[in-house]
Design a protein around this ligand. Sequence first.
Ligand code: NAD
Ligand code: ZN
Length: 381
Amino acid sequence: MVIEDKFILRSKVYFNNRSIHLLKQTPGTRAFIVSDSIMETLGYLQTAVDHLREAGITSSVFTGVRPDPDIGIVSEGLKLYMESSADVLVAIGGGSAIDTAKGILYFAWKLAGNGASAFKRPLFIAIPSTSGTGSEVTDFSVITADEGKVCIVDEFIAPDIAILDSTCIQHVPRRVVADTGIDVLVHAIEAYVSSKATDFTDALAEKAVKLIFENLEKLYSDAKDSDARDRVQNASCMAGMAFTNSNLGINHSLAHAFGGMFHISHGRSNALMLGAVMEYNAELSGSAANYAADRYARLAAVLQLPARTKREGAFSFIQAVNRLKKNLGIEDNIRTLGIDWKEFENALEQMAEAAMRDRCTPTNPRQPSTEDLMQIYRKCY
Ligand SMILES: NC(=O)c1ccc[n+]([C@@H]2O[C@H](COP(=O)([O-])OP(=O)(O)OC[C@H]3O[C@@H](n4cnc5c(N)ncnc54)[C@H](O)[C@@H]3O)[C@@H](O)[C@H]2O)c1
Ligand SMILES: [Zn+2]
């Protein structure tokens, strides 16, 4: 019997703003902590080490994570992880740190070869410091390899415990608040229009969209707004829960290839694709019924935007997203980022082919050709 419709969530989620203290109750003897130098400087790493010590756990630390981690960083961490004999794996940082820990876990498991079933999986705890990727609850890890960004997708790498302690995100730079916040919105929108969307993922995606529209601008303009911070963090986790079950779409495929090629952050790359991708999916210039347009119209209704028809609803939603991006200081197009047209044009075909192969493309509501993807890139320029 093949059972296809399912909603799976491996991670227990704790979301109190002092929940990092829960590390004091961690079962185990040795922890391997994956993080970066900023988390070390801000003192979060030491807090984690201290709390684990209270649980009787000694820690070894890997702070070699850099944004958009590549396979070299994962290998470096993997070597240290293997030497550590850890029974607890802790990731503390943004999506880059959590994805590196997932990569380490994945390759340690695979290296066990045919004995993989005997592999002793560590307790995996993720503490996100951005809101964000939702990586604390997803099956996804995005790693940069020679051929660009590669998604590893496996239930095995989803964290067992997600600790959402919003005190860990209070020093996020403004630009990162904007980028990561828009990433949350794109996760929710793509999960909502995905061909694998269900009532379960819809509920989470709708709530995430609402929370982002109500709180992201507040957080962007006042980093001290702790209520907005909590809400955006919850939205990030909810959008992660949605897309780990429904998958994403071509917005992410295009952003992976573009961000990898021009070294633009994941969130900003997604933001730059968003308007053109929604217009492509909704086929607004036509008049035939369109699934994605109907779904965007439903999101417009969630936000109580004006609309007499579904098509108007879709249009209102796209406009509201564009307004939000503008208010977050996000560029209108790729040209404004200072990327030269000739350089962009030369990379177009390679990026479109990579986006076509991306794991997020098959669940997009409208199946594109490589030429369609090139056309979307041109529009974003
Ligand atoms: N696994 C998934 O499900 C998933 C989903 C989307 C994106 N991703 C991947 O995640 C990565 C992006 O993660 P991200 O957007 O969270 O950014 P990030 O982890 O790369 O962090 C961005 C920058 O912000 C800094 N930073 C992080 N937390 C901070 C804090 N609390 N205070 C001050 N500075 C802080 C980091 O040191 C870094 O310089 C990309 O590689 C992307 O492809 C993964
Ligand atoms: Zn994303």
